[in-house]
Design a protein. Structure first.
Length: 252
């Protein structure tokens, strides 16, 4: 199947590692010109360099999604250089686990700033560019934690931010569909990324795997492949969708 993504301009936040890095590589392999944006500039540069070495097109940009002025600068720079932004993938995010009773307002504020406000601000900044084009793809990353008041590791605050991302995505879909812009959201179960391995012990990860019918954590490329399809012309009639990608977790 031809995805018709050649020379599409894609902005991937959180592109230095995990789902973001896998998505940047996969989009580039399908012909996108990818902007790998991350607060971890060295990591973003590494991913962009790997894409270039493999024959793709990418460049790195510093981006802290907690800073609206930085987002505006990033989007303005891309629009000035490339004249358009065809695809936005908001993969930047942080994890905090633990019982709600043990959480603090500082925990909530940190999660919300990156996982929810950061997504809103990035989508909001890109909307005028896509509106002028009368075309675009917005793909956000939520979590199965949004469906169950927290996921496999008791992270209710994290789930709250991801539920907000789902609500935001549905609102965007309703407003933007008449303009030729789609907006969809993926809800992965726990995915095997550096962030997850840093946050959780091997014992916790083993317990989580035992609750997933597929018998494994998701891989970053599982998510990236679906994102790339949603970014393509083949998904032009899909908008407002919440797609669970969880190895059967929500059925168990």
């Amino acid at each position: 199947m031809q995805l018709e993504l050649s020379d599409q301009i894609a902005l991937v936040t959180g592109g230095a590692s995990g789902i973001g890095a896998a998505t940047a590589r996969t989009l580039a392999a399908e012909g996108c010109r990818v902007i790998v944006a991350d607060i971890n500039v060295a990591g973003a540069q590494t991913v962009a360099a790997e894409i270039e070495i493999s024959g793709g097109h990418a460049r790195a940009m510093a981006l802290d999604v907690r800073d609206r002025s930085a987002i505006d600068h990033c989007v303005a720079d891309i629009a000035a250089r490339e004249k358009r932004i065809d695809v936005l993938v908001t993969a930047a995010g942080i994890i905090k686990s633990g019982a709600l009773a043990a959480s603090t307002m500082e925990d909530w504020q940190a999660l919300c700033a990156t996982n929810l406000t950061g997504v809103l601000a990035t989508c909001h900044a890109v909307m005028p560019v896509m509106t002028r084009q009368r075309a675009g793809r917005i793909i956000n990353i939520a979590s199965v934690a949004a469906h169950r008041g927290g996921g496999l590791v008791g992270n209710a605050l994290y789930g709250m931010t991801k539920a907000g991302v789902i609500a935001l995505t549905k609102g965007l879909a309703r407003e933007l569909a008449p303009l030729g812009i789609t907006s969809n959201v993926l809800a992965p179960a726990l995915t095997d990324t550096p962030l997850v391995r840093e946050a959780l012990t091997p014992e916790v990860l083993a317990r989580i795997k035992s609750r997933i019918p597929a018998g494994r954590l998701g891989a970053a490329h599982d998510i990236a492949d679906l994102i790339t399809f949603l970014a393509s012309a083949r998904a032009s009639y899909i908008t407002g969708a919440v797609i669970d990608i969880d190895g059967g977790y929500l059925t168990s």
